[in-house]
Design a protein around this ligand. Sequence first.
Ligand SMILES: NC(=O)c1ccc[n+]([C@@H]2O[C@H](COP(=O)([O-])OP(=O)(O)OC[C@H]3O[C@@H](n4cnc5c(N)ncnc54)[C@H](O)[C@@H]3O)[C@@H](O)[C@H]2O)c1
Ligand SMILES: CC(C)[C@H](C(=O)O)[C@@H](O)C(=O)O
Ligand SMILES: [Mg+2]
Length: 379
Amino acid sequence: MTGKGAQKRPTSNEKTFEIAVFDGDGIGPEIMRPTLDILGEVAGSSGTFGFEFQSLPAGAGHYRDHGIALPQSSLDAAREADAILLSAMGLPDIRYPDGTEIAPQIELRFALELFAGVRPVYLRPGQGSPLRIADKGGVDFVIIRESTEGLFASHGKGEVIRDEEARETMVITRGVSEKLFDFTFALARQRKESGKGPGRVHCVDKANVFQAFAFFRKIFLERAELNPDIEAQCAYVDAAALWMVQRPQMFDVIVTENMFGDILSDLGAGIMGSLGLAPSADIGSEHAVFQPCHGTAPDIAGRNIANPLAMILSAAMMLDWLGREHGLEEMVTAADALNEAVTTVLSSGECLTPDLGGSATTGEVAEAVLAAYRNGSPA
Ligand SMILES: NC(=O)c1ccc[n+]([C@@H]2O[C@H](COP(=O)([O-])OP(=O)(O)OC[C@H]3O[C@@H](n4cnc5c(N)ncnc54)[C@H](O)[C@@H]3O)[C@@H](O)[C@H]2O)c1
Ligand SMILES: CC(C)[C@H](C(=O)O)[C@@H](O)C(=O)O
Ligand SMILES: [Mg+2]
C-alpha cells in the first residue's frame, strides 16, 4: 500500500498487516511516533506478524493548509488498510464556515460505519485515582458508545433559524441498534468467559423523557431476550454518571448513545486519573479505528510531555482486534503483554508524565513501557 506522503516501515514477518496512520494535530504526532516504534518492536519480537505503516494526511492543520479535512485519497487508503491508527484531530481555532470544529474522525466513523466505540475504564493496581472510595479494586468496565448516529447524526446538518433558534436531530435506527447491542452482549460474554466480568450489560439512556431513548431501550430489551446468559440492566444516564463515581465496581459493560458515550467516557478517564490513560476502538463490521479518547491537547502540544499511554493502549486494542479477527493467538498474547507492560509502568509510579503528577517526558514513558514489555515479553 503506497500513496502520496506514504511512510513505510516494513518488517519481514510471515503475516504483514497494512496500518493506516493518522498523526493528526497538536500532541498527535508526539504520541504516535513512539507508539509506532513500540508496535514495530512487538512485531519484530514475534516473528509471526509484521506491520506496514502508511501515514495519511487529515486534520485541522490539513484543512487550514489545503482547505480539506479528510482528503478522499486518505479515506480510500484507510478503507483499504487492515486497521487504522489515529492519534487526535482538531484545533479550537480552526473551524468550518458553520462555526463547528474540524473533526475528520466523525467522518471516518460515518463513512466506515464504525458503530461501536469501545472505551475501557480500568484502574490498575497501585494506580492513582481521584475517587475516594475505600476499595478502588475492581474498577474494570467498558463503555460501548454508539458512534454513527444518536445526537451526532445531524453533524453538519443542524440549522440556526434567523439567529433566533437552533435545531439538531437525534436519530436512533433499529438496524444500527441491533448490531450495537449484539456486539455489546458478545463483548460481555467474552469478558465473562475470560474472568474479566460477571456478564452484565447496562443500557444507559434517558428513556424517561425521550421517545428516541424509549425506542433504544425497547430494542435493547428485545436483544437481551436473545442473550439470556448475560444479565441485562437499564439505567438513566444521570444516575449512571453518579454511580460511575460512587460505585463504579457495579459496572461491567455499559452501552449507550453517541453523545452520552462521549461524555461518560471522559468521566471514565477522570476516574482513571487522566485522559492520557483512556484508549478506545471504533469498530464496525469491516473496519476499525484505534485512537485515544482524548483530543489534541493544544495546551501542552510541542513540549514532549503528553502522556503516550492512551495511544499505546489503543495500539494494544488494535493488536487484540487483529489477532482475534485473523485467528492469530500470538497477537492477542502480545496485546495482553503490552497492557501488562503499561500496568508495570503505572504501578511502579517511577516514570509518569505531568498529568499523573510525574516529570517524565513522552519519550521516557514510552521507553519505560518498551523496557517492561521486553522484560515480560511473551516471545
Ligand atoms: N479524538 C479526538 O481526536 C478528539 C477528542 C477530543 C477533543 N478533540 C479536539 O482536541 C482539541 C482540544 O480539545 P480539549 O482541550 O477539549 O480536549 P483534550 O482532550 O485535548 O484536552 C483536555 C485536557 O486533557 C489534557 N490531555 C489530553 N490528552 C492528554 C495526554 N495524552 N496527556 C496529558 N494530558 C492530556 C489536556 O492537556 C487538557 O488539559 C479540540 O479541537 C477538540 O475538538 C479531538
Ligand atoms: C473531537 C470529537 C469530535 C470527538 C467526539 O465527540 O466523538 C471526541 O470528543 C471523542 O471522544 O472521540
Ligand atoms: Mg470525547
